[in-house]
Design a protein around this ligand. Structure first.
Ligand code: HC1
Ligand code: SF4
Length: 573
């Protein structure tokens, strides 16, 4: 252990700890801006400076390691003045339209200004014009609000190993963009949105599609159907200040009904369909031959990455549509027929933790009979804004229930939102079908947890099945490189583009670095899903009575001709 003092208090921490972390452990907050733990530790912004006795100048505490006998001062006049001046200089080059900024109230710069006592802007630039880049389906960049912290470029390069954004030019001209200032839509961005949730300001935000939904809700000719993704129920509460990991399923359903949707179904129900189809497909590939390892296809950011970087693996992808797309397809076929509504009059909205879903809904190979299954995909954040705009006091809402028909789901689908959840859900069904009996235990704990890569083997009659679960595209790359090199051998792989899976998607509520650096969002949100699963009576997709009914009445056999027509797709290199 290393012993030091911070503001005169004795502190003891392990070697290698930074001054910022040591202060935190002693209950002292050092403000920071560019620091994002494990992603961006570059000490560039100089907001986190402190005095260290004997050091020639102030030091950046986020990268400065502790040493024995060190004396640190985090709150001297010199420190306060330096932080204020640094922040004033950042603000001098920042377009401050806080009143109308999408990040207002959730902006780290705004919070810092308040915490550091900036009550006037001495060096305000003449009004800076917006610098909008909105070529991609999922994201809008406004560099007039960028503080050059480089958190976005770090996550894109390190966590995702996509690396399509970086610093262009030098000095006062430095700005974030793609190489040669090409538009984001022209490069290999996978639309994951991890850069958005890493951004401290309003420089990056999702493309807001709420107006399209308000318009549909106001159109009497439209029958508007909505379905939220598995993980949204355990994150939406954060938009309203609730603790991370609060399950608000009932309030969310009531909010959707009060917003005026004609039917509130559940994408969890579609996730059960995904398991039936994907499980059947996997067994068929095992028994009849087919490209192995089979790889899950629900994460559109991953699909895009696969198309761009591993086109030779496209045959390995499951042909199943994602639950989002199965949901839209079932609404516009089965539900439309049952209700006698022309699918062209149905407007399907999905609520997703994901920005890549905005890109997925418009993929042309999803088109059926002239319509696209999902009309608009909103992020959790956009739904939060709609609820606020409608004047619904979220914490006052009573619990509601999903509408029948496509609203009933099982615990297997609930856990889809966490990394390993799709694999576990599939195993619950596959193992039971193969062993032809009640399976115990129900939990496949080996594939749970937030590690980026997990593997396990299961003994099925006649063969061992080797599975792998990975999240974050840098991990996907490692696994795929290993598979191609013949070093890793799996039969079934789950890949989610976002680290930790959908609970940590790029469309999830914004949490400041001040929270993200110290709280494991992925683990807390996932825990809420596993807790919901534990409390459910039905926990295996094949036990869902709605599924059984829809297959009986409409789809025929899982993996059969009609199921293929409605629930599957194909990806072409
Ligand atoms: Fe996901 Fe999926 S788990 S990809 O995170 O397979 O977005 O929550 O809806 O489609 O079900 C996302 C979540 C989600 C799909 C499902
Ligand atoms: Fe990189 Fe994802 Fe942002 Fe695209 S959306 S720039 S891939 S982090």
């Amino acid at each position: 252990m290393v012993n030091l003092t911070i503001n005169g208090l004795p502190v003891s921490v392990s070697a290698g700890t930074t001054v910022l972390e040591a202060a935190r452990s002693a209950g002292i907050k050092i403000p920071s801006l560019c620091f994002l733990k494990d992603a961006n530790e570059i000490g560039a912004c100089r907001i986190c400076v402190v005095e260290v006795k004997g050091a020639k100048s102030l030091v950046a505490s986020c990268v400065y390691p502790v040493s024995e006998g060190m004396e640190v001062f985090t709150n001297t006049e010199k420190v306060r003045k330096s932080r204020q001046l640094t922040l004033e200089l950042i603000l001098s080059n920042h377009r401050m339209d806080c009143l109308t900024c999408a990040r207002s109230g959730k902006c780290e710069l705004q919070q810092l200004a308040a915490e550091l006592g900036i009550d006037a802007v001495r060096f305000a630039a003449d009004s800076l014009p917006p610098q909008i880049e909105d070529s991609a389906a999922h994201l809008v960049r406004d560099n007039s609000k960028c503080v050059l912290c480089r958190r976005c470029t770090a996550v894109c390069r390190k966590a995702q190993e996509v690396g399509v954004i970086g610093c262009n030019d030098r000095g006062f001209d430095t700005h974030i963009g793609c190489a040669f200032d090409r538009d984001l839509a022209e490069v290999d961005c996978v639309s994951c949105g991890q850069c958005i949730v890493a951004c401290p300001t309003g420089a990056l935000q999702e493309k807001d599609d709420t107006d399209k939904v308000w318009a549909a809700l106001a159109d009497p000719a439209k029958h508007v159907v909505v379905g939220p993704a598995p993980s949204v129920r355990v994150t939406l509460g954060e938009c309203f200040g609730m603790p991370v990991g609060t399950n608000v399923e009932g309030k969310m359903v009531t909010a959707l009904k009060r917003l005026g949707f004609d039917k509130v179904f559940d994408v969890d129900n579609a996730a059960d369909f995904t398991i039936m189809e994907e499980g059947t497909e996997f067994l068929s590939r095992l028994q009849n031959g087919g490209a192995l390892p089979m790889i899950t296809s629900c994460s559109p950011g991953w699909i895009r990455y696969c198309e761009q970087h591993h086109p030779d693996m496209l045959d390995n992808l499951s042909t199943c549509k994602s639950p989002q797309q199965m949901f839209g397809s079932l609404v516009k076929t089965y539900y439309a027929e049952k209700m006698g509504i022309d699918p062209k009059d149905i407007f399907v909205v999905s609520i997703m933790p994901c920005t890549a879903k905005k890109y997925e809904v418009a993929r042309e190979e999803m088109r059926q009979h002239g319509w696209l299954p999902v009309d608009v995909s909103l992020t959790t954040r956009e739904l939060g804004r709609m609820i606020t705009r409608a004047g619904l006091l979220f914490d006052h809402l009573p619990d509601g229930e999903f509408d029948e028909m496509l609203g009933l789901s099982t615990g297997a689908s609930v856990i889809f939102g966490a990394t390993g959840g799709v694999m576990e859900a599939a195993l619950r069904t596959v193992v039971e079908v193969v062993t032809n009996g009640e399976m115990k235990p129900l939990e496949f704990t080996e594939v749970r947890g937030t590690e980026g890569i997990k593997e396990a083997s299961y003994e099925l009659p006649g063969r061992t099945v080797r599975v792998c679960v990975c999240s974050g595209l840098s991990n996907a790359k490692k696994v795929l490189d290993g598979v191609k090199a013949g070093e890793l051998h799996y039969d079934f792989i789950e890949i989610m583009a976002c680290p930790g899976g959908c609970v940590n998607g790029g469309g999830q509520p914004i949490q400041h670095a001040d929270v993200r650096n110290w709280v494991d969002l992925k683990a807390l949100r996932a825990k809420a899903l596993y807790t919901q699963d534990e409390g459910m009576t039905l926990r295996k997709s094949h036990e869902n009575p709605i599924l059984q009914q829809v297959y009986r009445e409409y789809l025929g056999e899982p993996g059969g001709h009609k199921a293929h027509e409605i629930l599957h797709t194909h990806y072409i290199p």
